[in-house]
Write a protein that binds this ligand. Structure first.
Ligand code: COA
Length: 381
């Protein structure tokens, strides 16, 4: 009997999980049972704790968790040397992937997959990812790297290390919201990559480096950068409508930042970020990109409805692009910032995968020829 092929594994469940629930029909997202809309009241570090421990921390647990993060802040000297020897034009996602793998080389115990060791690696990566991204940005601008400031928290320290100024509370709050919204999203492509890698019982660093590579693609985390590049190329609100019409007229034309494998209605994270962007736009000199985004959303909604595809709505990456723009983050750093947040979700999934491991190994239906006769090299014409 011919097997059923599930292209892109759409609709296929490969494990049970306690981490995240997405209701794509209702546009709802829950981390460990908490509605994402309620979690925006929390900070990113509380959400990391929630994802790893299954429950929000008490004030004392949060204080202890923050203290556990502190020793992990400095970038190892040799990893800093790696950053220094990369050409300034290096894609920051390539840097992050290389650095994630290299951090294993400076870990005395990279291979153990027991929960305590995994937690130690997770603490390190959650701090190292923002530090690496910010430091790389400074180095390529020709500026000296800054000492991390753990007292500013994960989001505040990232902005500090990026800009060399203590960020104001409003900027920290916006980045906290963006990070916690990006932290986790079930079996998305990069998390599936992380879990698939872990299912071979390889080490956590290898699984995370693989996930970084998967996130980079424009159909996944790379979409936020693609959205901003598109808006830059279009240039003004007035030109949005024609751009959308021209793109949709092309075979397989895609407007970046729209559509989702699971959501059939507006991505709840997109809605939250739209509100955040609207607030930022009140005072930002880059508000133009938010106004262009609103126009693009309006035209896309009209056109998709007209084509009977009302389920193609703005996703998380669509409004995160204008939020990052208004926060002053360079465009090719948008996907690395996504990785800075998602590494916490990847680690939560690694704990789960290693705890109840089954090798992930789907099949391909062979459709080529069989029984070909081998011809020695000298006789092949
Ligand atoms: N622009 C225009 N049309 C789109 C679209 C988009 N961004 N996304 C999906 N569609 C349409 C497709 O044309 C397709 O129509 P068809 O069935 O007539 O060919 C239909 O919706 C289904 O799209 P498909 O690509 O098969 O769905 P998918 O579940 O495989 O893909 C994405 C999901 C995310 C890869 C896809 O929506 C996309 O490429 N979006 C743009 C990239 C993006 O924003 N990625 C970030 C995701 S969070």
């Amino acid at each position: 009997m011919e097997p059923t092929i599930h292209h892109g594994l759409a609709g296929v469940y490969f494990a049970e999980s306690d981490i995240c629930h997405i209701d794509g029909e209702r546009g709802e997202l829950f981390y460990r049972g908490y509605d994402i809309r309620d979690l925006t009241e929390a900070t990113y570090v509380e959400v990391v704790y929630l994802l790893w421990h299954g429950e929000l921390p008490t004030a004392k647990q949060l204080e202890d968790f923050r203290a556990e993060l502190v020793p992990h802040y400095p970038i190892p000297d040799k990893v800093m040397e790696l950053l220094l020897c990369l050409p300034p034009g290096t894609d920051p996602m390539h840097m992050l992937q290389a650095a994630a793998a290299m951090l294993a080389a400076f870990d005395q115990n990279p291979d153990e997959i027991d929960p305590d060791n995994l937690r130690r690696i997770g603490l390190s990566l959650v701090v190292q990812f923002p530090n690496l991204v910010a430091t790389f940005e400074r180095l390529r601008r020709g500026e000296a790297p800054l000492e991390p400031r753990s007292d500013l928290g994960l989001a505040g320290n990232f902005l500090w290390m990026l800009n060399g100024e203590v960020p104001n509370d409003a900027a920290i709050r916006v980045l906290n919201t963006a990070l916690l919204l990006h932290a986790e999203h079930g079996s998305n492509a990069s998390t599936f990559t992380a879990r698939t890698s872990a299912s071979t019982l390889t080490d956590a660093y290898s699984a995370i480096a693989a996930a970084v590579g998967s996130l980079k693609g424009p159909l996944h985390g790379g979409a936020n950068e693609a959205v901003m590049r598109t808006l830059e190329q279009i240039g003004s609100v007035e030109k949005i409508e024609q751009y959308v019409l021209d793109t949709l007229a092309k075979p397989r034309g895609r407007v970046m930042g729209f559509g989702h494998r699971v959501y059939r209605v507006l991505d709840p994270r997109g809605k939250i970020l739209r509100d955040v962007a609207e607030k930022l736009a009140e005072t930002s000199s880059e508000a133009k990109y938010f106004h262009m985004s609103l126009e693009m959303e309006r035209v896309m909604e009209r056109e998709m409805n007209a084509r009977g595809k009302s389920n193609i709505r703005a996703n998380l990456d669509f409004f995160s692009a204008s939020v990052y723009r208004m926060l002053g983050i360079p465009v090719d750093m948008y996907t690395p910032v996504f990785a800075v947040a998602r590494v916490s979700g990847w680690m939560a999934h690694l704990y789960e995968q290693y705890a109840d491991n089954h090798l992930v190994r789907p099949r391909l239906q062979y459709r080529g020829e069989l029984g070909k006769r081998f011809v020695p090299l000298a006789e092949r014409g």
